[in-house]
Design a protein around this ligand. Structure first.
Ligand code: PHE
Length: 357
């Protein structure tokens, strides 16, 4: 009995892994295992003999079984430790070296603007960059003889010979998307329309292709006060300041009545722009109450619905927020410029985490 005990306890201790341990278990306690066979022999013994042998044998079986269980647990612990060691990972390391590409400031600002307006319930609407004359002008109350047509320095598309319809244009503003959204979705409506626009103009603050974002809210009781609140909230969130001071200056756009250009209070100390304080005013957007004719063109009854609209330059917002002096550089694809002003592709703006991290 003692030999058996020595033999199997020794084997259990020296089993190097779980399969080896399982072999020991089968050899000792399995159906044809040595201890099991011994137990079977109990049946042939005399009762007296059995009285002495059986308890020892039972004890031996239990001892070997619990030694196996203990060894098994120890082997599993060791295996887990080994795995943890092998799979060790420093979670404080940056996920990846900074990747080569960066997010362009225009894309970054578009994201930021979209996020802020999404929070206020505005959806994004889009339209074509090659626009027909009606959507770009007529529907927005800009008649053919209207001076705004000249002011916009429009790019006209070539016409097929014999086609007498007005030529298509590269859209001069995002306002035609207002019309498309009204016709497509009806009232009530809350959309912003970011996108590319085109005008034949080129200097430090003008580029023939640039970006605007349009806003449009239509409902039964929209007022100018709501326009003001919306713009104030937007500008505070966008420039990440606690207060902004806005000046609504009477202006004229054919598609809004009344119309206002909006200036933001700022200071220029040593050439650095500070918003919300100072004695200067910076014009940042155009806005107004949607003209009844424009609602009508959009298939919306102006006796039932009113709306406000605004439009601003995304590139200009980016220049102001990120201190970029020359608009033309946005579109020159100079890698040094892109690396300097670009944003990390993993740094997605969020309102909670900060827009411009
Ligand atoms: N479409 C105007 C522009 O390009 C901006 C604007 C949009 C003004 C909406 C008022 C309302 O200058």
């Amino acid at each position: 009995m003692d030999d058996l005990r020595q033999k199997y306890l020794g084997a259990v201790t020296s089993a190097a892994d779980e399969p080896a341990l399982e072999e020991v278990r089968l050899a000792a306690l399995g159906k044809k295992g040595e201890i099991a066979l011994n137990m079977r022999e109990l049946g042939q013994m005399s009762p007296e003999e059995r009285m002495t042998v059986a308890p020892t044998l039972n004890a031996l079986r239990d001892e070997v079984a619990s030694a196996i269980a203990a060894r098994k647990a120890a082997l599993q612990d060791a295996a887990l430790d080994e795995r943890l060691r092998a799979e060790w990972l420093d979670v404080t390391l940056p996920p990846r070296p900074r990747c080569q590409g960066t997010v362009h400031p225009v894309s970054q600002v578009t994201e930021e603007v979209t996020l802020i307006f999404a929070e206020m319930g505005f959806a994004v609407a889009e339209g074509p960059q090659v626009e027909d004359d009606w959507h770009n002008f007529d529907a927005l109350n800009i008649a053919p003889e209207h001076p705004a047509r000249q002011e916009h320095d429009t790019f006209y598309m070539a016409r097929q010979p014999g086609d007498n319809r007005p030529p298509h244009v590269l859209r001069t503003h995002t306002s035609p998307v207002q019309i498309r959204a009204m016709l497509g979705q009806g009232a009530p409506l809350r959309v912003i329309c970011p996108g590319r626009v085109f005008r034949a103009d080129y200097d430090q603050t003008h580029s023939p292709m640039f970006h605007q974002v349009e806003g449009l809210a239509i409902d039964r009781d929209i007022t100018m006060a709501q326009l003001k609140w919306t713009l104030e909230e937007f500008l505070k969130a966008f420039f990440e300041v606690d207060r902004v001071d806005l000046r609504f200056r009477a202006s004229h756009f054919p598609f809004t009545e009344p119309s206002a250009e909006v200036d933001i209070r700022c200071s220029w100390d040593n050439g650095t722009l500070k918003l919300g304080e100072g004695d200067s005013w910076l014009e940042i957007l155009g806005s107004g109450m949607v003209h009844p004719k424009v609602l009508t063109a959009g298939g919306i009854d102006p006796a039932q619905w009113q709306g406000f609209a605004f439009g601003m330059g995304i590139d200009r917002l980016a220049m102001l927020k990120y201190g970029i002096p020359d608009l033309r550089a946005f579109f020159e694809s100079d890698l040094r410029w892109l690396r300097h002003y670009g944003f990390g592709s993993l740094e997605v703006p969020t309102l909670a985490g900060g827009l411009s991290r």
